[in-house]
Each structure stands twice: as structure tokens, then as C-alpha cells.
Design a protein around this ligand. Structure first.
Ligand code: GDP
Length: 432
């Protein structure tokens, strides 16, 4: 999905605006200074078009320093977004920090929509017009709190966003996009160095490419791959407050840009919530997934016993993802990584012919009919694969299908057709 980044100095009302745009109340907490948030991107739609909102709020500028804050926000805007929504508090007017943001935004060349917030009624509208002097176009007077003016602003946002992420269309037939993600210290940069060896090319060095300089082209198994945001892996930012928050933004943006994601886990340590959260993000984003258990050289009998129990307990949901047990240090089983990535991409792109799908559904329903409740039996009339990358199925039914039955169908689809390494989505369109 195209990505909209929301930037602005603290307390201009970014969180309220994000809530307003995504139409949910509970999703975003108040802007508590110093609080780092995990979830920073949200799905939204307006006028039938879907996009992703990335909230760059949540930092305490006193702790990080206003300059660092502005720079970090701008960097996020540049790398992660297709367009930027810049929020200014119209009742306060233009501050130095706002001007700093404008400078970086100008340099980025990304389309910017300017929101003049806190225009709760007509009287303040004149203040909003002062923001013309920022020199980045028309200020949209809005009230994030009351919803005033946000419709017009969102129309402008849609106009600024590309119809589809430009990358996907432009790069068909180009190198496949791989992201390496994981918690700090699991061995991402070691892994990257191991796979890259000598032949890495920093993308910005390739003449005639207009692509992101944070990626690298790496030849593996006779084929070129684009490794996404390797700059984020190589350049380690440590001991900066808000660093974790920033790292999670980068992770999400890398996942969004990738086709296949290698989630690196430290096999020598107990698995954590954070590992699982990252895998969940990959699944939700609908990307192909490979799980790399790194530091296998440190795994002894004992640890192995617990590891297997962790896998049984916590990884049930990701049983479909290929797993490789590697050591970036010794090189153990590194040769299994590329075949796993290729298998996951294959699964991600699998297309089931409609005839075959309906034959499968017919057999399945005959053998395991939907449970009958209150005298009615919902029927599956017809199924089709709506899209690949990831495989997405549309089932047309009469009556509501229970979610447990829907999961059952998902499971059986996997058993019959594979989809190794790929999330599978099933959408039900019920006719009453
Ligand atoms: P990143 O933060 O995920 O990029 O992790 P690094 O690649 O910087 O690795 C963190 C630490 O783990 C470093 O001290 C590495 O040398 C070490 N490390 C990485 N991979 C392995 C491995 O396979 N085995 C062992 N024993 N140590 C590793």
C-alpha cells in the first residue's frame, strides 16, 4: 500500500489526527513524552482507497534533542513514505522546529500536504492562512479533534499518493526484494556480511538507478537480489533515546518494501515477544517469511530441548514458514538460506486455477459440511483466487461462514496446495 507519513513537532495533534484518519479510537495512545510505541503504522482508507499511515510521533524532544527529532522524522519520511502529511498548530503559528521540518521535507522531494490543525472554528481560520508563508503550498485548516476540514485534507492526501506503490510495477522482472529483520544483536549484520561476502553493490553506486541508496544488490546462487535497507543494518544507532522506536519504524518499513522477509532469531536465547511480534508484522503485511535460527553454534543439547518446545508452543501459527538453523559465525548451513528464500517466494506466488480450487472446495464441503445452527446451513457457492503475493482467496457463500470453519478451509488449502513460506488470506463474501 502507498505510505503516508505524518510529521510535525510534538503536541500539534498528530495522534488525534491519526485516530481521526484511521477511524479508530483505541489505536493510538496520547502523545506521552518519552514513550516509545511499538505500533507505528496503521491501515486506513478514504474514498475507497487504502493506504498506510505511519505515525512518527512519540518522542520526547527534550531527551533526544529537537534537531535529532526533526532529522529522524525527516529520514523516516524520506525512506518510508510516498507522501508526507505535515501538521502545524495553527493557533501557535510557525516555530523554528516547523521551519526545520520544512527544510528537510523540501530536500526530500516528496509530495507534502500541509495541515493547519486546531482550527476548531471559523475564527481561527485566518491563522491557518498565515501558514502559506511556509512556502509549501495550501494550508488545509482542520480540527483533528472535531473532524472539521479533514475530508478536504484527505482528498489532497489521496491526490498526493501514488495509485499503487511505484516499486512493484517498476521492478517486475528486477531483482527480488529481501529484508533481513530481527531484534538487536541476533546477528543480522553478521548474516548480511556472510551472504554479501565480496560481491555486494551499494545500490546508489549503480549508474542509472533511481532507487533507494539504503539497499544493496547482492548476487546469490547466480541471481541478483535486492537486500532492503541494509544501511539500517550496517549503521548501528546505539544508546539514543527513542532508538528502539526508530528501529521498529525501520523494521516495519523494510517489511513493507520487501517481498520476502528473513526474520533472524537468536537460537541460543529464549524466544521473546518481540521475535513473535516481528513475525506477526510480516504475516499481517502479507509477505513471504523465512525464519533463520542464528547462533546455532551455541545451541547445546539442553538449549535444543527447550528450543523445540518453544517452537511447538509459540510457532504453531508460523508452521508454514521454512526454518533454517544457521551460524553466521561459522557459516553452518548458510547454503540453505537461498533455497528457503526461493521456496517462500514460490509459495507466495502460487496461483490455483479456479477449476481446481472449486473441485477442492466441493470435496472438502462434502466431507466436512459447515455445522448447522438455527436450522440454516451456509453454503460455499464458488471460490476463486483473487490474487497472489500473497495467495488471497475469495469465497462466495450463502449465509455467514463461521470463523472456525474459515480457518479450517485455510488449513486445508495449505495442506492441498502448499503455499510454503507464505501467508494465505481467505475473504468471505456472504450473500444473505
Ligand atoms: P545485529 O544487531 O542483529 O546486526 O547483530 P550482530 O550481527 O551485530 O551480532 C551481534 C553479536 O552476535 C556479535 O557479537 C556477533 O559476533 C554475534 N554473532 C552473530 N552471529 C553469530 C553466530 O552465528 N554465532 C555466534 N556465536 N555469535 C554470533
Amino acid at each position: 500500500l502507498p505510505v503516508l507519513a505524518i510529521v510535525g513537532r510534538p503536541n500539534v495533534g498528530k495522534s488525534t489526527l491519526v485516530n481521526r484518519i484511521i477511524g479508530r479510537r483505541e489505536a493510538v495512545v496520547e502523545d506521552t513524552p518519552g514513550v516509545t510505541r511499538d505500533r507505528v503504522s496503521y491501515d486506513a482508507d478514504w474514498a475507497g482507497r487504502a493506504f498506510t499511515v505511519v505515525d512518527t510521533g512519540g518522542w520526547d524532544p527534550d531527551a533526544v534533542g529537537m534537531a535529532a527529532l526533526v532529522a529522524a522524522q525527516a529520514e523516516v519520511a524520506i525512506h518510508a513514505a510516498d507522501a508526507v502529511l505535515f501538521v502545524v498548530d495553527a493557533t501557535v503559528g510557525i516555530t523554528d522546529a516547523d521551519e526545520a521540518v520544512v527544510r528537510v521535507l523540501r530536500k526530500s522531494g516528496k509530495p507534502v500536504v500541509l495541515a493547519a490543525n486546531k482550527v476548531d472554528d471559523q475564527r481561527v481560520e485566518a491563522e491557518a492562512m498565515n501558514l502559506w508563508s511556509l512556502g509549501i503550498g495550501e494550508p488545509f485548516p482542520i480540527s483533528a479533534m472535531h473532524g472539521r476540514g479533514t475530508g478536504d485534507m484527505l482528498d489532497a492526501v489521496l491526490a498526493a499518493l501514488p495509485e499503487a506503490p511505484p516499486e512493484r510495477d517498476a521492478e517486475i522482472g528486477g531483482p527480488r526484494r529481501v529484508a533481513i529483520v530481527g531484534k538487536p544483536n541476533v546477528g543480522k549484520s553478521s548474516l548480511l556480511n556472510k551472504v554479501a561476502k565480496e560481491d555486494r553493490v551499494v545500490v546508489s553506486d549503480v549508474s542509472g538507478t533511481t532507487v533507494d541508496p539504503v539497499d544493496e544488490l547482492i548476487t546469490l546462487a547466480g541471481r541478483q537480489w535486492r537486500f532492503i535497507d541494509t544501511a539500517g543494518i550496517r549503521r548501528k544507532v546505539k544508546n539514543v533515546q527513542g532508538h528502539e522506536y526508530y528501529a521498529s519504524l525501520r523494521t516495519n518499513s523494510a517489511i513493507e518494501r520487501a517481498e520476502v522477509v528473513v526474520v533472524v532469531i537468536d537460537a541460543s536465547e529464549p524466544m521473546t515477544e518481540q521475535d513473535l511480534r516481528i513475525m506477526n508484522t510480516v504475516e499481517e503485511a502479507g509477505k513471504a517469511l523465512v525464519i533463520a535460527y542464528n547462533k546455532w553454534d551455541l545451541v547445546d543439547e539442553d538449549r535444543r530441548y527447550y528450543l523445540e518446545r518453544e517452537i511447538d508452543r509459540d510457532l504453531v501459527q508460523f508452521r508454514w514458514a521454512p526454518r533454517v538453523n544457521i551460524s553466521a559465525l561459522t557459516g553452518r548451513h548458510m547454503e540453505k538460506l537461498v533455497p528457503a528464500i526461493e521456496a517462500a517466494l514460490d509459495g507466495w506466488q502460487t496461483r490455483v486455477p479456479t477449476g481446481q480450487l472449486n473441485a477442492f472446495l466441493g470435496r472438502l464441503v462434502a466431507a466436512h459440511p459447515h455445522p448447522v445452527r438455527s436450522g440454516k446451513q451456509p453454503k460455499i457457492l464458488f471460490g476463486t483466487q483473487a490474487s497472489t503475493m500473497p495467495p488471497t482467496f475469495a469465497l462466495f457463500t450463502s449465509g455467514q461462514i463461521e470463523s472456525s470453519y474459515q480457518r479450517f478451509i485455510e488449513r486445508r488449502l495449505r495442506e492441498d496446495f502448499g503455499f510454503v513460506g507464505s501467508p494465505v488470506h481467505v475473504q468471505v463474501r456472504a450473500r444473505q
